[in-house]
Design a protein around this ligand. Structure first.
Ligand SMILES: [Zn+2]
Ligand SMILES: [Zn+2]
Length: 294
């Protein structure tokens, strides 16, 4: 069955359709993982709309999906009311919240469908949709071990790790890692100093085949946006190096970045990995790309 990851939305903050962003794509956060036949969906930005259309087209069987939201900022939930499979009574979706979240994600997700915001009520969706909790030590779903971690972002925000048969993928956005560095002062002005991530985050990402991480800003952009909840993309390179990650997918591209600017940001990330003589491979997440992990 295998382990596949596909990107449906890679933009942060607000959808950015148009010619400036056509290459990487303008839909907000959504990543699909297919692991041994189990469907996991990380975040429901506008990319979820496209994924929904594809799911309906690709299979005539009832759909069983596991939805894991990082948090409930608009760019991570806005696609949910437009996710076609939730309108069919044959389908089942579980919405997971880490234990600390106490079903808050589920409550806010359904809240965005109140009549003030949307014409169809959450309770009128025909699919079976139920909340589930991820205990502190993780949960096993269809033979896949899923664990969560709290990230550095305004409000509550979680990252998730998926482990199956010795393979591991980590999804971790939104995350202003620059605010959580343990050697921020030392690393600030010296590009030759590796920016040290907190140990629990390094452990969480340890030996991942793929780390999908928030890399919203190029270095120069970040200093104008400190405290906005997102890191320098190059800081995620340092995390990936420390954790021994094989491939880093930089995602949550800033809505102001054109395709060329995203490409330059990724070049700077790869250059940083080379500077530290790391074999890490970095690429810019773009809509429609699919990776086979195993
Ligand atoms: Zn976001
Ligand atoms: Zn956010």
């Amino acid at each position: 069955m295998g382990f596949y990851v596909k990107f449906w939305g890679v933009r942060g903050s607000i959808p950015t359709p148009g010619w400036r962003t056509a290459r990487f794509g303008g839909n907000t956060a959504c990543v699909e993982l297919n692991i041994d036949g189990n469907l996991f969906i990380c975040d429901g930005g506008t990319g979820l709309h496209e994924l929904g259309l594809d799911l309906v087209q690709r299979q005539d069987q009832p759909i069983l999906g596991h939805l894991l939201f990082s948090h409930t900022h608009w760019d991570h939930i806005q696609g949910f009311p437009f996710f076609l499979p939730v309108y069919s009574s044959e389908n089942t979706f579980y919405v997971y919240s880490p234990e600390q979240g106490e079903n808050r994600l589920y409550r806010l997700l359904s809240g965005q469908m109140s009549s003030d915001y949307f014409p169809v009520d959450f309770h009128d969706l025909h699919a079976h949709i139920a909340p589930r909790v991820i205990p502190r030590d993780g949960i096993e779903i269809g033979g896949v071990k899923v664990t969560s971690i709290e990230l550095t972002h305004r409000g509550i925000c979680y990252g998730y790790a998926f482990e199956w048969q010795g393979h591991k993928v980590v999804y971790a956005t939104d995350n202003e890692l620059d605010l959580a560095l343990t050697n921020a002062d030392e690393a600030r002005d010296d590009p030759d100093v590796l920016r040290r991530a907190p140990e629990h985050l390094v452990d969480f990402a340890r030996d991942a085949d793929l780390l999908v991480a928030d890399g919203q800003y190029a270095d120069a952009e970040y200093w104008l946006r400190v405290g906005w909840g997102h890191p320098r993309a190059t800081t995620m390179v340092d995390l990936a190096i420390q954790a021994g990650v094989k491939i880093l997918a930089v995602t949550h591209h800033d809505p102001l970045q054109s395709d060329d600017e995203v490409a330059r940001k990724i070049d700077a990330c790869q250059a940083r990995a080379t500077r530290f003589e790391s074999p890490l491979l970095v690429f810019g997440a773009r809509e429609g790309i699919e990776l086979q992990i195993d």
